[in-house]
Structure formats: structure tokens, C-alpha cells
Design a protein around this ligand. Structure first.
Ligand code: MRU
Length: 366
């Protein structure tokens, strides 16, 4: 059921309705034309929502999966812990198979399973309560991480700057603020003004449908461009910095993000514009050495040939290459902005330092 239209910034990207055992999301495939709030109760529906990008963006996928697997746990009808643990594991593996590239999906699901493994003595009903608490903590931490990324990101730009972004790493991709767009939204809260250029982001148009939408709703000076116009916009001197999100960052700093990110990074280098990757530490995968080792999701040809068009716009039977992601080589990246600070080259060292800071902060909290 389509709800009455409010400002998109006032909606939760991912919500748990525990009373009705539902994952609640605005269907992002229908934005910006319609805000259709989905209440998903079945595991297959939640899997589909992730696969179809009804909920999307690395951190939002992680939060949705955490709530999803908690809902799966709630459904398990047994008092036997061994049986519960096995069924929970199957549910976790099922959701984990929805999309391969964004590490936040497996990160959140592994974190949920850690809770199960860390409490072997708990009863099944105690386990369900612990899993609920963990899923809510994952979402709350996401809000904090995005705000912190926003604060660090703001130190890289000044009032009036022009920023170019690719895809949507905004509030619609996270629990609040976003990552790449967090400095912009936070800057707005502080009364600052930026000019943002959104690449439309072929083939699924996350830049046009989502970034341009949420920025405009937030009152930001927003200009939509086709992906192939970025070079001209940079040449005109309108871009002071590029801010993009990430789906998986390798230990050497290679940053995997929406297809086209690599090209934007190369352009930025050519024009001498700083290129920043913004993402939480949950998106950094220290077990992966370099970008080439990241699994890249391949999607259906129809996304290129017919989706969004009134009729097919390519010859029948033509071969289509449709990878969902690529990676910006670490040599092109000026900084990786995390919730624990900004990593600078060489990333093999600075990312380890970020994780040291994280471990210290976590120790201090205990
Ligand atoms: O395929 P999508 O829309 O899930 O891809 C999203 C991106 O590439 C984002 O930039 C990334 O997930 C970071 S979101 C904060």
C-alpha cells in the first residue's frame, strides 16, 4: 500500500516491526515516483528484497539481513539448542546468498551467528531475545558510524564546494545520513551549503532515482548528470572533491563500489581532484588482499537492454556484460573515511591503524 508522501528523509530505510514479525522497508525500486512501504515476513521475501535491490547499499543490506535472520530465528519451533543452532545457520546461509559483493551482508550475519555461538548455555527463548538485541545494536551502531563518517568527511571540504558522487551511498543506503553523502546531510544540519553532482549511475540509476532524490528533498543544490558527463563537469572546474561509498575494501585499499566508480577515480586523478571513499569499518575486508580478489556480482542483461525504457533499446540476442561493481585502484584514492578516522596511503598500514583504534575504543567501552 502506497503511503501518503512525506519527505523521504523522514522515512526509516530499514525497520524492525517485532510485533508483526516483519522487516519494514520503502521499496527502493519504486523511488522516487512512489513511496511504497513493504512489510516482509517470509524469508524468501527478504531474500528477494535484497536481490532485487528493494533494499540496497552495503550498510542497509547488513541491517536488513540482521533483522531478517532474527525474524527467521523467531520462527524456529524447538526447545532443542542443537536443532535451533542448525536451523539458524541454514537461515543465515540462505540470506547470505542474496548478493555476493557487499561484505556487510556476511559481516552482519556472522555477527548474529557469533551471538549464538557465544551463548551455548542459553535457552532457545533467551537466544531469540539476544538475537533481537544484537540486530537492533547493528542498526544503532550504523547510525553512529554514519554520523562519525560524516564528521570526518566534513573536514575534507568547505562551505560552497562542489562534490561529485556516484551511485547512492546516502541515507537510503544506510540507517541514517549515508556514508558518501553523510558530510553533505550533516553539513546541511550545520547550515552549510554544497553543490552536488550526481552521476545517474547506469544501469540501475541509483544516482538519478535515489541520490538526486534524497539530496533534493534535503534542500541540497543538486545537479543530475549522465555518467559520461562527469569528465566535462570536472573540466569545468565545478568539482572540488569526489565522494563515493564502498561495498568491500581490500587490505591494500582497493575499493569496490558500484560499476563506474573506477572510471570516476581515473578522471579525478587526471583533473587533480581528490577522490575519497567513505565507508564503515564493517565494509573493510582485511581478509582480502586486493581488489582483483573480490567477487563481482553479475546481473541480468535486461537491466541494460530494456529496464526503464518503454520498449527494448538493443538488438535481440546482443551479448551484454553487466557487472554490478568495479573497484577503484588504491593508487587513485586520496583517503578512506571511516568512523574511526581517515586512512591515507599507504593503506596497508593506515587501515591496520584504523582497526587498532577501533579495538581500543571497543576495549574502553567494556
Ligand atoms: O547495487 P547497490 O545499489 O546496492 O550498490 C550500492 C553501492 O555501490 C554503494 O555505493 C555502496 O553500497 C555503499 S552504500 C553506503
Amino acid at each position: 500500500m502506497a503511503e501518503e508522501r512525506r519527505n523521504i528523509m523522514s522515512y526509516e530505510t530499514v525497520e524492525l516491526d517485532d510485533e508483526n514479525s516483519a522487516l519494514v522497508i520503502p521499496d527502493q525500486t519504486k523511488l522516487p515516483n512512489e513511496v511504497d512501504i513493504l512489510h516482509l515476513t517470509r524469508q524468501q521475501e527478504i531474500w528477494d528484497a535484497i536481490y532485487l535491490l528493494q533494499v540496497r547499499g552495503a550498510p542497509a543490506i547488513g541491517v536488513a539481513a540482521a533483522f531478517g535472520v532474527y525474524l527467521a530465528a523467531k520462527e524456529i519451533q524447538t526447545e532443542d539448542r542443537k536443532e535451533f543452532d542448525a536451523k539458524f545457520h541454514d537461515a543465515k546461509e540462505f540470506l547470505n546468498s542474496a548478493r555476493p559483493t557487499a561484505v556487510n551482508l556476511s559481516w552482519a550475519l556472522n555477527r548474529m551467528e557469533r551471538v549464538v555461538k557465544d551463548h551455548p548455555e542459553a535457552s532457545v527463548s533467551e537466544m531469540k531475545a539476544l538475537l533481537k538485541a544484537e540486530s537492533i545494536a547493528i542498526k544503532d551502531e550504523d547510525v553512529w558510524m554514519c554520523r562519525s563518517i560524516g564528521e570526518y568527511g566534513l573536514t575534507l571540504i568547505k562551505d560552497g564546494d562542489g562534490i561529485l558522487t556516484h551511485c547512492n551511498a546516502g541515507q537510503l543506503a544506510t540507517s541514517k545520513y549515508g556514508t558518501a553523502l553523510a558530510p553533505i546531510h550533516l553539513g546541511r544540519e550545520k547550515g552549510m551549503h554544497f553543490r552536488v553532482f550526481c552521476d545517474e549511475t547506469r544501469p540501475l540509476l541509483q544516482g538519478a532515482r535515489l541520490s538526486a532524490f534524497e539530496l533534493q528533498e534535503d534542500g541540497v543544490d543538486t545537479t543530475l548528470i549522465c555518467d559520461n558527463m562527469a569528465s566535462q563537469v570536472m573540466k569545468n572546474g565545478w568539482v572540488n572533491a569526489v565522494f563515493v561509498g564502498c561495498d568491500r575494501v581490500a587490505a591494500n585499499g582497493d575499493a569496490c563500489n558500484k560499476i563506474g566508480t573506477s572510471g570516476v577515480a581515473i578522471l579525478a586523478k587526471y583533473y587533480g581532484i581528490p577522490f575519497y571513499v567513505l565507508g564503515p569499518t564493517s565494509t573493510i575486508d582485511m581478509s582480502i588482499e586486493k581488489g582483483e580478489d573480490i567477487t563481482i556480482e553479475q546481473r541480468k542483461p535486461e537491466e541494460v537492454t530494456e529496464m526503464w525504457y518503454k520498449k527494448r533499446m538493443a538488438p535481440e540476442g546482443v551479448k551484454v556484460f553487466n557487472p554490478a561493481f568495479d573497484f577503484a585502484d588504491h593508487e587513485l584514492i586520496s583517503g578512506i573515511v571511516t568512523e574511526y578516522g581517515i586512512a591515507r596511503p599507504p593503506y596497508t598500514e593506515s587501515l591496520k591503524e584504523i582497526f587498532r583504534k577501533k579495538a581500543e575504543a571497543e576495549k574502553a567501552k567494556k
